[in-house]
Design a protein around this ligand. Structure first.
Ligand SMILES: Cc1ncc(COP(=O)(O)O)c(C=O)c1O
Length: 428
């Protein structure tokens, strides 16, 4: 029974099965496009792509091209490099738009994630005396919590009364769709901004973005998403979904490298909202007159109008290498493999030592991406350290969560099999 099983009960537990699944994997050649870290001369079991994606082997050549142009052309590289630096960020526009289901003018690659989140809140968090609250999922990534609290204080409000953190019902591990929707319906007229992670970093829950946008917009709220754990992990349709903005980083599922330049989406309905307050920089200025160096800022249309600075070529070059691979593989094919690979991981975990840990990520494929979060309540961080010492790389989030993500571009069924063998030994 090794033909394309989708349901977890179609999986078999032996190593032969994993090897046979890899042999039939239509995306198996993609693994070879990445450097897999080594342990004692063999490939590590690398299940940390939710934290830092692996380096495409082609990244060096993309970066080298920029370095060579810089060495040979100096400042002239802005216009005469093989890919001139002046419009370099546009090389990523079409593929980024394709990746998140947006129109090209709705996306821009710039800055870092938290910076982009602040820039978006400057424009889209406009609190008033009666509508000043920000709704986030409880347990949002700390940087997002710090960012929203600082924005609330910046506007003279108090997070104690202006920040709502919606958590799961007692005894449950994740938020139910109905709970989010009914909360927005009930309290929407006090909420200025709904800011949800697409996929929660700790639980791996993929929220029902469509429902959140629909419910939020029906109540007059601005809706934004932090897609750090969703971009490159799940197919997205941002233009059709219609959030006001979204931001994401490029060093996790997008393999752009540590600290790589981030992504930003602004829905087309705001493309010409020049009256929105925004923090301005020269790269967001109308391109045609940017080099007239005039004193007054005039924003470009679309997401590019939120840019501040001229683009970081080396970082963008590394990201181009990965985005070319994504474009070739296609997000739908990647997702098809990802659903199976994660279901396979889940099925092996359920078979082995179920009393030692609990999977807190939702079981439905529609409510999660690649990541499974495993609550290892009796083990502590030492469990993750034991795995690392054996060349098995996943990560630990306090107090008791082991996060594991098989990445369809470069992880194999055999990686998943090996991980579960190591985990069983480590908890026993
Ligand atoms: C969900 C989420 N939001 C925000 C951040 C912060 O990202 P950055 O340091 O790139 O601003 C991270 C980093 O891992 C994250 O996972």
């Amino acid at each position: 029974m090794i033909d394309q099983p989708l349901l977890s009960d179609a999986f078999e537990s032996g190593e032969d099965f994993a090897i046979a699944m890899d042999a039939r994997d239509p995306l198996k050649e993609y693994r070879d496009l990445f450097f897999i870290p080594k342990f004692k001369g063999a490939d590590c079991v690398y299940l940390s792509g939710h934290s830092l994606g692996l380096q495409p082997k082609s990244a060096g050549a993309y970066i080298q091209e920029g370095l060579k142009d810089w060495a040979e052309l100096g400042v002239e590289g802005h216009f005469h490099a093989k890919h001139p630096w002046m419009p370099y960020h546009r090389l990523l526009r079409e593929q980024t738009a394709e990746l998140v289901g947006a129109k090209p003018e709705e996306v821009v690659v710039m800055n870092s994630l938290t910076v982009n989140l602040h820039l978006m809140m400057v424009s889209f968090y406009r609190p008033t005396a009666s509508r000043h609250k920000i709704l986030v999922e409880r347990g949002a990534f700390p940087s997002d919590q710090y960012a929203v609290k600082s924005q609330i204080r910046f506007h003279g409000f108090d997070p104690a009364s202006s920040l709502i953190e919606l958590g799961p019902e007692r005894g449950e591990s994740y938020l139910r769709d109905e709970q989010i929707e009914s909360f927005i319906e009930r309290s929407g007229d006090e909420i200025a901004l709904i800011l949800f992670g697409g996929v929660n970093y700790a639980t791996g829950q993929f929220f029902n973005l469509e429902q959140i946008v629909r419910a939020g917009r029906a109540r007059g709220c601005i809706v934004g998403f932090d897609l750090a754990h969703a971009a490159g992990n799940l197919p997205l349709k941002l233009n059709a979904l219609g959030p006001d903005f979204a931001v994401w980083c490029s060093y996790k599922y997008l393999n752009g490298g540590p600290g790589c330049v981030a992504g930003c989406f602004v829905h087309e309905r705001h493309a010409s909202s020049y009256d929105l307050p925004r923090f301005a920089g020269w790269w967001g200025h109308d391109e045609a007159s940017r080099f007239q160096m005039g004193p007054e800022f005039r924003a470009m249309a679309g997401a590019e109008g939120w840019q501040l600075s001229n683009p970081p070529i080396v970082s963008l070059a590394a990201l181009r290498a990965s985005m070319d691979i994504f474009h070739q593989a296609g997000m739908e094919s990647l997702r098809t493999k990802s659903v199976r690979l994660t279901a396979y991981l889940e099925s092996l975990l359920r078979e082995s030592s179920p009393s030692k840990f609990t999977i807190i990520t939702p079981p439905e494929p529609t409510r999660r991406g690649a990541q499974l979060s495993i609550r290892a309540q009796h083990s502590g961080r030492a469990l993750c350290e034991r795995l690392t010492a054996e060349g098995v790389l996943c990560d630990w989030r306090e107090p008791d969560i082991l996060r594991v993500a098989p990445i369809p571009l470069y992880n194999s069924y055999h990686d998943v099999f090996r991980f579960v063998q190591h985990l069983k030994r480590a908890v026993s």
